[in-house]
Design a protein around this ligand. Structure first.
Ligand code: NAD
Length: 251
């Protein structure tokens, strides 16, 4: 079960963090993973690492916030590999600022990467998945799509909208054999969160607030991605699978 043999997966923002963990996990169960990041050097270095012993990885450099480049990249993946079976919209950014100082361009930047890009990439990939008779789209939400903390309004809004986008695409694409789900990570120790892990008070808040009493590990998110991408998840659609150590259901 949970094999992805012969499947082509594009994972955005996969040179580090959760995307990298998902890339490793998917290659491990047989997929060909197209690694994405913003520089050729980074994507091909990580693709080479994944290819060792498997030959099942390649790279494609583009900035997901450049929607034309993102759309074109989907076409390139299909030209190179003959299909795009799995799209993981993983790339995401954060901006923290008190509301009065939260600049409009920062709001736009977060929404561009976290919401506009997943929409554009899903639209481009869905066309090919429909032609192929099926596929998997996995978006990356957050526990911050369910609950909120101060100073991150764009992040909370974008991740909440990801839940809605996931449902909207799921109902439209289900007749074509495509499932669209999201993963909602809790606090996972990745590069994005290094300042928070190193902040003693914040670190303690995460431990106290999480029933599991610890930060999540990237492989725990990757396992959810493998499941949602697999044939075995064919009847799971439109859901946000929260992988958060129980944070979102605890008071
Ligand atoms: P990270 O910062 O460690 O990695 C994000 C990756 O996305 C990086 O490789 C970065 O280069 C890439 N990226 C950023 N902007 C990009 C762009 N415009 N174009 C292409 N690539 C771009 O972050 P992470 O912790 O691995 O987070 C991955 C996803 O998971 C994000 O969507 C994030 O919001 C979400 N998430 C993370 C956590 C967590 O605790 N780590 C919790 C909830 C949700």
């Amino acid at each position: 079960m949970f094999r992805l043999d012969g499947k082509v997966a594009l994972i955005t923002g996969s040179t580090r963090g959760l995307g990298w963990a998902m890339a490793q996990a998917m290659v491990g169960v047989g997929a060909h993973v197209v690694v994405n990041g913003r520089t050729e050097q980074a994507v091909w270095a990580k693709a080479a690492e994944l290819s060792l012993g498997t030959g099942r990885s390649s790279g494609i450099a583009f900035d997901v916030a450049d929607l034309s480049a993102a759309t074109a990249a989907v076409e390139t993946v299909v030209e190179r590999h003959g299909a795009i079976d799995i799209l993981v919209n993983n790339a995401g950014i954060q901006h923290r600022s008190p509301l009065a100082d939260f600049e409009q361009h920062e709001w736009d930047r977060v929404m561009g990467v976290n919401l506009d890009a997943p929409f554009a990439l899903a639209r481009a990939a869905a066309v090919h998945m429909m032609g192929a008779g099926g596929g998997r789209i996995i978006n990356t939400g957050s526990v911050m799509g369910q609950i909120a903390r101060p100073t991150i309004p764009a992040y909370v809004a974008s991740k909440s909208a990801i839940a809605g986008l996931t449902r909207a695409l799921a109902v439209e694409l289900a007749p074509h054999g495509i499932t669209v789900n999201a993963i909602g990570p809790g606090y996972v120790a990745t590069e994005m969160n290094t300042p928070l892990v190193n902040d003693a008070a914040f670190n303690q808040m995460v431990i106290d607030r999480t029933p599991a009493a610890r930060w999540g590990r990237p492989h725990e998110i990757a396992a959810a991605a493998v499941f949602l991408a697999s044939d075995e998840a064919s009847y799971v659609n439109g859901q946000v699978l929260l992988v958060d150590g129980g944070m979102s259901i605890a008071l």
